[in-house]
Design a protein around this ligand. Structure first.
Ligand SMILES: Cc1cc2nc3c(=O)[nH]c(=O)nc-3n(C[C@H](O)[C@H](O)[C@H](O)COP(=O)(O)OP(=O)(O)OC[C@H]3O[C@@H](n4cnc5c(N)ncnc54)[C@H](O)[C@@H]3O)c2cc1C
Length: 499
């Protein structure tokens, strides 16, 4: 299997153009620049071609043509991924954002079938008048696609109570890299035999393209109450997080922002009215029936006060509630004020280790002279330590890389994991061997082989190449992976992504 030479690539482009229309195939390097990064701008890979099917049948025909030619490809949704998963290293990108139809809405059975390019928030706006919601709510919901959510098994603030994408996808039509079309799961929610739907969710584009996706819809809660508790110590806020869960209440969301995050949000257009002198805030949401929520609210307020909260504010109305959430959801964007590049980490720790790990992160940040902003899903123990930096400064880039590597290793040592929701992609490849045995990595390779025996879908991602008899066209993953170390940030400076 070889990559097409430049001249063959133009033949492939012509044939793709016959399927989708010439204007939906890009081949000039300048046009392809847009696709050489995802939302983690430290990595850049230039694709050879990009093709954008506008109909389901076109997507299938594109995959069949690439199968015929033996060519590798990378699926891409909105490119909001934070692990370099949608990057194509001199191979073909299949962009799915034009497949954006909400195919059907079944109110009686509370489910919807959508094309993969439907933006998460658009689905929610569409179903809101029926008193329904689609629960997985990544903070990127205004841009990311349901197809991308499936591929990453996306989470979000409200997944603490409602569960992640895996818990809300009933069935999918998938085009395998061979061009064969299969149905995974069941629209009625019953799964016979092995759960291949479950295996596909979180497969990061390595098992084929998710096309029509049937999701479960949830009744909107009768009452929603949002609290903001502020603390003069990170440690107190961390301990209160565990105390809330230990009280037996499972909030709909339990989010943490530290002092540096609060201050950068408050200096931005997303200012939410967080107290600027606080060292941490917890954004806590409770939902359900009015009677139960009122009781829980008093318990949570008490736990916060006993744990040292300086203030517990309850949003008076929806406007105030949305403002509090906007600050949280746009926090990564606000960090664009600090420097041209941002690295977003996604490690997981047992929730009860939160206090220790935040102290460790602080010590690491001082050791390397970098500013870490922590904003994360505290209830799930899913951390997002972020460092704004300039990729044009080699010394700073090196310090950031070392600091992030130490942070992730500290999370692993605390009994945690390397990704909660953003996926392995390229960024976490180097850590895979430190958390999985050879046997597990081999099993992953074999599972992948069931869906994609030729390893043509998103080659070189998720499992280190030398762990599988992996196809060697994935230049990005060639060479030995460095144990317990993130894939080094691109030497070539990248421009910040527009968020
Ligand atoms: C500001 C910000 C906040 C974020 N917050 C969250 C959060 O709270 N929770 C969370 O989980 N993530 C979050 N993310 C990460 C990201 O938005 C999610 O991973 C999202 O699911 C990616 O969707 P996308 O459409 O942008 O996919 P892309 O980035 O385009 O692709 C991601 C992966 O999915 C594959 N893929 C895309 N579409 C398909 C398809 N139809 N079939 C098969 N494979 C496909 C790609 O090959 C790639 O490997 C955040 C990102 C940003 C920038």
């Amino acid at each position: 299997m070889t990559l097409p030479s430049r001249s063959n690539a133009s033949t492939v482009a012509d044939r793709l153009g016959e399927i989708v229309g010439d204007r939906h195939v890009l081949s000039r390097p300048s046009e392809l620049l847009v696709y050489n990064s995802d939302a983690l701008p430290g990595y850049r890979k230039q694709p050879r071609l990009a093709v954008f099917p506008g109909k389901r049948d076109e997507a299938i025909a594109v995959v069949r043509l690439l199968a015929e030619e033996g060519l590798p490809f990378v699926p891409r949704g909105a490119g909001t991924g934070l692990s370099g998963g949608a990057l194509a290293d001199d191979i073909i990108v299949i962009g799915l954002h034009r497949l954006k139809e909400i195919i059907s809405l079944d109110i009686e059975n509370r489910r919807a079938t959508v094309e993969p390019g439907v933006v998460n928030l658009r689905l929610n706006k569409h179903i809101a008048p029926h008193g329904l919601l689609y629960a997985p709510d990544p903070s990127s919901e205004a841009a990311c696609t349901i197809g991308g959510n499936v591929a990453e098994n996306a989470g979000g603030p409200h997944c603490l109570k409602y569960g992640v994408t895996l818990n809300h996808v009933l069935a999918m039509t998938v085009v395998l890299p061979s061009g064969e079309v299969v149905e995974l799961g069941s629209k009625f929610g019953e799964h016979d035999g092995y759960d291949l739907r479950g295996a596909f969710i979180g497969s990061e584009g390595c098992f084929g393209l998710a096309l029509d996706i049937t999701v479960k819809l949830t009744q909107r809660p009768q009452t929603v109450r949002t609290l903001l508790a502020d603390f003069m110590s990170v440690d107190q806020a961390a301990r209160v997080t565990s105390a809330i869960i230990a009280s037996g209440i499972v909030p709909a969301a339990l989010e943490f922002m530290d002092g540096p995050t609060i201050r950068v949000v408050e200096a931005s257009i997303y200012a939410a009215g967080y107290p600027k002198d606080a060292e941490a805030v917890l954004l806590i949401e409770l939902d359900g029936l009015e009677a139960g929520v009122s009781t829980d609210l008093e318990v949570v307020r008490q736990v916060c006060i006993e744990g040292g909260a300086r203030n517990v504010r309850v949003a008076r109305d929806d406007v105030e509630r949305m403002k509090l959430w906007q600050g949280r959801k746009k926090a990564f964007g606000a960090m664009g004020r600090l420097a041209s590049h941002l690295i977003v980490q996604d490690a997981v720790i047992p929730r009860t280790r939160l206090s220790d790990i935040l102290a460790t992160i602080h010590a690491i940040s001082e050791k390397y002279g970098v500013l870490v902003c922590n904003v994360f899903h505290a209830g799930d123990g899913n951390l997002h330590p972020n460092i704004a930096y300039s990729a044009d400064d080699p010394d700073e880039s090196e310090r950031v890389h070392k600091a992030m590597t130490e942070i992730v290793n500290a999370c692993i040592d605390a009994g945690g994991s390397i990704t909660g929701e953003h996926g392995v992609g390229l960024d976490k490849l180097g850590y895979m061997e430190s958390i999985f045995s050879d046997t597990s990595l081999n099993a992953m390779c074999e599972l992948r082989g069931v869906f994609d025996p030729d390893r043509r879908a998103n080659p070189g991602k998720v499992v280190p190449i030398h762990s599988c008899k992996e196809w060697n066209a994935a230049a990005s993953a060639r060479g030995p992976a460095r144990a317990r170390e993130a894939t080094p940030l691109s030497a070539e400076p990248a421009r910040p992504s527009a968020r």
